[in-house]
Write a protein that binds this ligand. Structure first.
Ligand code: CA
Length: 292
């Protein structure tokens, strides 16, 4: 997957983000009740006016464009609405690990982190950029995470399993017949953690970063190939998010024996910090409220 554009953008917004006071204007999640948080109501009005689909999970917004998915690797016949609906189900499943249709008690904090720091956008890059760069998001320090439907593959019926891997030694590795939506939803969750909890940050000194740096220093993991492919723009903060997604995906597929000692430690750290380790590929409930 060509991630250059998104991650160049990530760096740009990252600079903006760190230059603002973090506590200046955070969105207060309204937990599904009405009449609270005028800034959230303004955001919702903006999203309703500018996106084709809008969903709200206790103050965390998921939006989509109706433009037909343009990636040549996407399963033919896939509609934008299918991708949007699937994004809502994936987030719902991550927040409802016990499948009872309600956000799990120990995922409520994750829901709040998502509401306070990020917004998920599916659609062509032009749509993603328009929403991400709007003052409605930037003034609230909300970072737009995305599924770029014109650039990345949406593979129907991908269930995260049924493949093998012998070793994880490169940031370029992905499972076969991979559905990028799974990865981007997971990245959104870990991005929200990294922006909310310093122990789960991707910056130097934080645990995930220490482990990836040590893995690279030991010569057992490589990001230089991807960095060269992206003209030196593949930074280590982004790399950590991809590293832990790869480890998560390998564990989810029952292939964790392929992980080395650094990667196994990162896996355990995810578990210890309540990062949701499973997703239900056939989850059929919806958490939150469909707005549009
Ligand atoms: Ca639940």
């Amino acid at each position: 997957m060509a991630k250059k554009t998104l991650y160049s953008f990530l760096i740009l917004i990252g600079i903006f983000y760190t230059s603002c006071s973090k506590n200046e204007e955070l969105v207060v999640p309204d937990n599904g009740t009405s009449g609270t948080g005028s800034s959230n109501n303004t955001l919702e009005e903006y999203l309703k006016a500018n996106a084709d689909y809008v969903h709200n999970i206790n103050g965390f917004y998921i939006v989509g464009s109706a433009a037909a998915p343009g990636s040549p690797e996407t399963t033919p016949g896939t509609t934008a609405k299918e991708i949007f609906d699937h994004s809502v189900r994936l987030f719902s499943s991550f927040l409802d690990q016990d499948n009872d249709g309600v956000v799990d008690e120990d995922r409520k904090q994750l829901n709040t982190y998502l509401a306070n720091t990020v917004l998920f956008i599916s659609g062509p890059l032009s749509f993603v950029d328009k929403i991400s760069m709007s003052s409605q998001l930037t003034s609230k320090n909300l970072y737009g995470m995305s599924m770029q439907t014109d650039n990345w593959p949406y593979v129907k019926n991908y269930d995260g399993k049924g493949w093998t891997v012998s070793t994880l030694n490169s940031s370029t590795w992905r499972p076969n017949n991979f559905n990028a939506l799974w990865e981007e939803v997971f990245h959104t969750i870990t991005e929200a953690y990294s922006r909310s909890d310093n122990t789960l940050a991707f910056t130097p000194g934080a645990k995930f970063r220490q482990l990836m740096d040590a893995d690279i220093a030991a010569g057992t993991y490589d990001i230089s190939e991807q960095n060269a492919a992206e003209n030196g723009n593949y930074d280590r903060v982004t790399a950590v998010n991809e590293y832990i997604h790869q480890i998560w995906a390998i564990n989810f597929a029952g292939q964790d024996a392929a992980l080395n000692s650094y990667q196994k430690e990162a896996l355990q750290f995810m578990k210890d910090n309540k990062i949701p380790m499973t997703v239900n590929a056939t989850y059929n409930q919806t958490i939150g409220t469909q707005i549009k």
